[in-house]
Ligand binder design. Structure first.
Ligand code: AMP
Length: 213
């Protein structure tokens, strides 16, 4: 008999730790980690037509137009690794996307990462990422073992262009205007869980597991 489907959405502000938590949990549950941000960044670095269109929006910290994101997401939702389920990280980001998602697939759990804004700014500015495997580091709380290099593959870590101060400000504004209203939308649904996303990754992981149980 197959495993029951587990289709999870992680919602919350940029810098809340969604990507870090999604990567670990997806590995554990053997389901796909579907990060629209990672998909778009890959398209940008591969210079696909879609990536070239998305690039300027991302650099500025703005949302990429819904139709582009939908196109890239749809392809991944149908991929074999998402057969037993997925954690959607970074989608939906506005009400139109939430409604689109409902048309695409049922969702079993929506987890909201709750975090105050000053902690977000601190986390975003300390963040470094591996361009190859997408592992996320924090220079203050989770630095790599060898300075500037990924623990897993040794690649040189980078700071995302949208983690620069000007783009951070835009992203938080876009979040407050477009994404935060989704809280009211999902809160009334039975599968909604809010999780305190302060503290260490291990502490947050424990709360998420409790919320999903
Ligand atoms: P993230 O890695 O989730 O912080 O996403 C990085 C950037 O990719 C965002 O600031 C947006 O420019 C773009 N992006 C990711 N997901 C979406 C989405 N669902 N809708 C629109 N733009 C997105």
């Amino acid at each position: 008999m197959g495993r029951p489907m587990l289709r999870i959405v992680f919602l919350g502000p940029p810098g809340a730790g969604k990507g870090t938590q999604a990567a670990e949990l997806a590995r554990d549950f053997r389901i796909a980690h579907l990060s629209t941000g990672d998909m778009l960044r890959s398209a940008v670095s591969e210079r696909t037509p879609l990536g070239q269109e998305a690039d300027a929006y991302m650099r500025a910290g703005k949302l990429v137009p819904d139709d582009l994101v939908l196109r890239i997401l749809q392809a991944r939702l149908g991929a074999p690794d998402a057969r037993d389920g997925f954690i959607l990280d970074g989608y939906p980001r506005n009400l139109a996307q939430a409604k689109e998602l409902e048309r695409l697939t049922p969702i079993d759990r929506v987890v909201w990462f709750d975090l105050p804004e000053d902690v977000l700014v601190e986390r975003l500015s300390q963040r470094r990422v591996c361009p190859l495997c997408h592992t996320v580091y924090n220079l203050a709380t989770h630095p790599p073992k060898v300075e500037g290099h990924c623990d897993k593959d040794g690649a040189e870590l980078i700071q995302r262009s949208d983690d620069q101060p000007a783009a951070i400000t835009t992203r938080l504004r876009v979040y407050a205007q477009l994404t935060e209203p989704l809280l009211a939308y999902y809160r009334q649904k039975g599968n909604f869980r809010s999780v305190d996303a302060t503290g260490t990754p291990a502490e947050v992981a424990k709360r998420i597991r409790a919320a999903l149980a």
